[in-house]
Design a protein. Structure first.
Length: 248
């Protein structure tokens, strides 16, 4: 699951399904506080970059840098683990849906702390089996996700490395950003190739696991088994699937 090389391989269609979810953006922008200058680490195509502040972006994948829209914040080729900035160059540093890709998350978070007075990261706890057991996709179709997370530092370890607090972020049922958990109430979406290509997990588990999971989900949607098992989700507007903000 690590590294920018994934995005040089799978990134080309990222913007088809990945974009700013306004309710999550509001949480991130509030957490940035009164920062005037912000560095966005693992910036990708620039989703969640606040439009009203002075932003610098850092992104190691050439494919992702090329997808940044015209007029997006300037972007340098670098990794979180070695940020090419002097100490305390920015008011805030942000990292969205990227920490789990870093080779060394603790080193990357410490780098963010070094270059900025405040750190905001949107991520999840790789060591917590709770959300994987609650989320039907990992529980019933793609248990291989657990193997991808073995050996990764826990969220508590990540938070204590930079003195951050941890805040839960619920995922709205109609989440606009097509990340892995986004379609928890729209299971048919995972049958769509475009949706899966925007989520690195599917490439990471390998073609065989992907095809088996999709086949099995399709069968259960047709037979009504998915609906019978997950009927409680229909009444939920937002779900707690382990996503978190780290905020210093
Ligand atoms: C899921 S995308 C998220 C992009 C963007 N932050 C967003 O919210 O859409 C993950 C990004 O992390 C980048 N990445 C991977 N390894 C990295 C590293 N060591 N340091 C910084 N970014 C990295 C990838 O190239 C990719 O663009």
């Amino acid at each position: 699951m690590c590294g920018a090389h994934w995005y040089d391989t799978i990134g080309a269609t990222y913007s088809v399904t990945r974009r700013t979810e306004p309710r999550i953006a509001a949480r991130i922008w509030a957490a940035l506080g009164d920062a005037r200058t912000v560095v966005n680490v693992g910036a990708g195509t620039g989703s969640y970059e606040p439009p009203d502040r002075d932003v610098a972006a850092v992104e190691p994948s050439a494919v992702m840098r090329a997808l940044r829209p015209v007029g997006a914040a300037p972007c340098v080729a670098a990794t979180a683990e070695r940020l090419p900035f002097a100490d305390q160059s920015f008011d805030s540093a942000m990292a969205i849906s990227t920490v789990h890709h870093w080779q060394d998350p603790i080193a990357g978070l410490r780098e963010m702390r070094r270059v900025a007075r405040r750190v905001v990261a949107f991520t999840f706890d790789p060591s917590d089996a709770g959300w994987r057991n609650r989320f039907w996709l990992t529980r019933d179709y793609l248990p291989e996700v657990a193997d991808l997370l073995v050996g990764r530092p826990s969220l508590t370890e990540q938070a204590s490395a930079i003195g951050a607090r941890i805040e839960p972020v619920l995922i709205p049922w109609d989440c606009a950003d097509g990340f892995f958990e986004a379609y928890w109430r729209r299971p048919e979406a995972y049958l769509d190739d475009h949706v899966r290509r925007g989520i690195s997990v599917w490439a990471s588990v390998g073609r065989e696991a992907e095809q088996r999971a999709v086949r099995s989900l399709r069968d259960d949607l047709v037979s009504g088994r998915w609906a019978a098992r997950n009927s409680h989700l229909v009444a939920l507007e937002a779900a707690e699937l382990g996503l978190r903000l780290l905020v210093t």
